[in-house]
Design a protein around this ligand. Structure first.
Ligand code: DAH
Length: 384
């Protein structure tokens, strides 16, 4: 164990030591710590970089660009400044990577809104890697990338929140927001005005009113972004309560997956030249799948602890920790309650597959055995 650690490259150890600290609240795993700092959104000709540049070119030089902020933010930046209440599920340790009690790996790029507003910036785009504990399948990965956009555009004084919400200025901001974002998706998808869009009302604690924009893409409605008129409470906390504007946030992977036809979110992280050589032109081109290596399926079944104290995300994380990105998907395939003992049994099917090579039976059996062993030990489940 000690030998293996000593052999890890120094850069990896240094990096990990910023995120994995000796603190009872810390739940960042080595696997996650090694993803931080890869900066795919800054890597020229990477699909995420290409999408990001395309969006930035739409907004033009009027908007300041931020793409290099520290992914460790305080809970004040990530939640309080955005009026996210203390009991919000997004704050829970089951969903978020805590570095210490008061700092997290940012769960969204909205975490940087307030600092830039406080510093006097009025129009900006801010892109970065974000981290969430989540399920495992082809479209979910614990690290992904978001872009946040903010524009302040009206000045004035309003005596109450209601007065503001009913004012024509509030309408002006919402209208500017919708027109701007419709133009943005037309620009990104290059479908001209034929791209069908629909607006839906939504809820975010930091915008009021809040909306979601969907587009019709290959016959299906797809959610593209969340946005809204910045909540007066957010602006007050930044000491810009005489100004009003809008904000939006979007996930770059989801856009890149549909635009480039990339079928699996893990591909963004691959080192395989068969992936990267396809995007050297810096244009949006259709990804040509190269042969996939075969999957290996393994089932694991267990009784949940008697108190039912079991977080699925803890199990997913354990699999990530042991298998890294060799785990492609974990699906619950069976769940039932024993009629007499009333205990719950779950069976998960784990799909292992490498993006870069064939897996051997020996290595997968080893991983699966440790997954069984560690699940029993750490999650107090009883293997079946
Ligand atoms: N931060 C939100 C998320 O990660 C996305 C978002 C929604 C950002 C609305 C915004 C906004 O700026 O106005 O889900």
């Amino acid at each position: 164990m000690v030998v293996a650690r000593a052999l890890r490259p120094i850069s990896t150890r240094l990096r990990a030591s910023r995120y994995i600290v000796d603190d009872p609240e810390n739940n960042v795993t080595p696997y996650i710590a090694n993803l931080v700092g890869k900066n795919l959104h800054q890597t020229e000709n990477h699909p995420l970089y290409i999408i990001r540049k395309r969006i930035e070119s739409y907004f033009g030089s009027d908007f300041e660009i931020f793409d290099n902020e520290d992914p460790i933010v305080t809970t004040t930046q990530c939640f309080d400044d955005l009026l996210i209440p203390p009991d919000h599920p997004g704050r829970q340790k089951s969903d978020t990577y805590y570095v210490t009690k008061d700092s997290v790996l940012r769960t969204h790029t909205s975490a940087h809104q307030s600092q830039h507003l406080r510093a006097g910036h009025q129009k900006f785009l801010c892109t970065g890697d974000v981290y969430r504990r989540d399920e495992i399948d082809s479209s979910h990965f614990p690290a992904f990338h978001q872009m946040e956009g903010v524009k302040l555009l009206v000045d004035g004084s309003w005596t109450s929140r209601d007065e503001w919400l009913q004012s024509s200025d509030c309408e002006i901001v919402a209208k500017d927001l919708k027109t701007t974002l419709e133009g943005m998706v037309d620009h990104v998808f290059q479908q001209g005005s034929s791209l069908e869009k629909r607006w839906r009302d939504d809820y975010f604690p930091f915008t009021e009113p809040s909306f979601e924009l969907d587009i019709l893409w290959q016959g299906e409605w797809m959610e593209v972004l969340g946005c809204g008129v910045i909540h007066t409470g957010v602006l007050e906390r930044c000491d810009v309560s005489q100004k009003r504007g809008w904000a939006f946030g979007l996930g770059l992977e989801r856009l890149a997956m549909v635009l480039f036809g990339i079928p699996d979110i893990r591909l963004f992280w691959t080192q395989d030249p068969r992936f990267h050589s396809q995007f050297t032109s810096g244009d949006i081109v259709q990804f040509k799948p190269y042969s996939k290596y075969p999957p290996v399926y393994k089932d694991i079944a267990f009784w949940l602890p008697e108190n039912n104290n079991f977080e699925e995300n803890d199990f997913f994380e354990l699999a990530r920790e042991l298998a890294g990105d060799l785990v492609e998907q974990i699906a619950l395939i069976d769940k039932f309650k024993h009629p007499k003992t009333e205990r719950t049994s779950c069976c998960y099917r784990v799909t292992y597959r490498s993006m870069d090579r064939s897996l051997t039976d020996v290595e997968i059996n080893q991983i699966q055995d440790s997954l069984r062993e560690k699940a029993a030990l750490a999650l107090h489940v009883q293997l079946r």
